[in-house]
Ligand binder design. Structure first.
Ligand code: HMG
Ligand code: MG
Length: 298
């Protein structure tokens, strides 16, 4: 039985824009957040408090957070890889912080410059500090199906990282297919691995759509009862440290599928298409979403 309601976290302002070469002004990022919340998104991943040398696009994190007109009922999350990032993020009053690790050693090294074990040691004080302040903590697990450097990743590795995150107090884990190589059964195996340590209400899916499998992977996860997903308006996204990976599955496409399945999202698809068109216009490209293209061409 499929869930009757699904919660989507739009990660467009963060995952979507972190990979853009041209600097997107804070004002445009804020405009995107406003359009997403007006479309009914209740969870928005806004930015990352990471090293500006590593990801220059996110250097304006504090400015973006400060410029948002907060809408009651909307939760704003930010990425924080270490205490330095967390301390910088606190002033921005995020509702949730995201620590991000990986099921692949090589990817962990490339993305956050440390081993999986070291990353957990770095996250532990961040998690403790956040929870002490009543800030929710999510953990992203990258490369749960495949890694750009190591190839296929076994579900046991996902279970191991989920357990390590559980041990340090991470409340929710996101199972990410960073490079979009997953297919439905493999993604289900990765989800099952995370579900060994987290309950169904505390696991979400984060699927990049490189091989066009993300909707199928979403449906396969829905069939397991997973009801929370990260998606990105206009299909923006990618990770600078995962070469060849394209954007996240488009929020528009997922919303279209969910509504067609009779699943509630609280999202107004037409307004969402406008939000995706806004950022795509700025980036001078067409939205990378089939549903959006169809609706705009009607
Ligand atoms: P490092 O170089 O090992 O850090 O980077 P360090 O602790 O040795 O510090 C070096 C310098 O960075 C120092 O400055 C620090 O102050 C500064 P210096 O003294 O040289 O002037 N620094 C910071 N500055 C600002 N904010 C911070 C911070 N930390 C240190 N938080 C580090 C380690 C983790 C910082 C670096 O590797 C980094 O920033 N990585 C981020 C990479 C990233 O953002 N990747 C994309 C997000 S993850 C993703 O997209 C995957 C996801 O979508 C799921 C999926 O699809 O798989 C979530
Ligand atoms: Mg991602």
């Amino acid at each position: 039985k499929l869930p009757s309601r699904v919660k989507l976290v739009d990660v467009g302002p963060r995952d979507g824009l972190q990979n853009e070469k041209a600097q997107v002004p804070a004002e445009v990022k804020i405009g995107l957040v406003h359009r997403l919340q007006d479309a009914g998104l209740t969870e928005i991943e806004v930015t990352s408090f990471v090293s500006p040398k590593w990801v220059p696009q996110m250097a304006d994190a504090a400015e973006v957070m400060a410029g948002i007109r907060r809408k009651p009922g909307v939760r704003y999350s930010v990425l924080t890889p270490n205490m330095k990032g967390f301390e910088a993020a606190v002033a921005s009053r995020p509702d949730e912080i995201v620590v991000f690790g990986a099921a692949s050693e090589a990817f962990s090294q490339k993305n956050i410059n440390c081993s999986i074990a070291e990353s957990i040691e770095r996250f532990a004080p961040v998690v403790e500090a956040a929870r002490g302040r009543g800030i929710a903590v999510r953990g992203a697990i990258s490369c749960t199906v495949g890694c750009p450097y190591e190839g296929e990743i076994a579900p046991e590795r996902v279970a191991m990282v989920a357990r390590l995150m559980k041990d340090i107090g991470v409340q929710h884990v996101g199972v990410a297919d960073t490079i979009g190589v997953g297919t439905p059964r493999k993604v289900q195996a990765a989800m099952e691995a995370a579900l060994q340590h987290y309950d169904l209400d505390s696991v979400s899916g984060h699927f990049h759509d490189t091989y066009g499998q993300a909707l199928g992977n979403t449906l396969a996860s829905l069939e397991m009862g997973v009801w929370q997903y990260d998606t990105s308006t206009a299909g923006l996204g990618g990770c600078p440290y995962a070469k060849g990976a394209t954007g996240n599955v488009a929020t528009e496409d997922v919303v279209y599928m969910l509504h067609g399945l009779g699943i509630e999202t609280g999202i107004d698809l037409d307004k969402l298409v406008d939000a995706g068109a806004y950022i795509s216009d700025f980036l001078q490209r067409k939205p990378n979403s089939r549903a959006s293209t169809a609706i705009l061409n009607k």
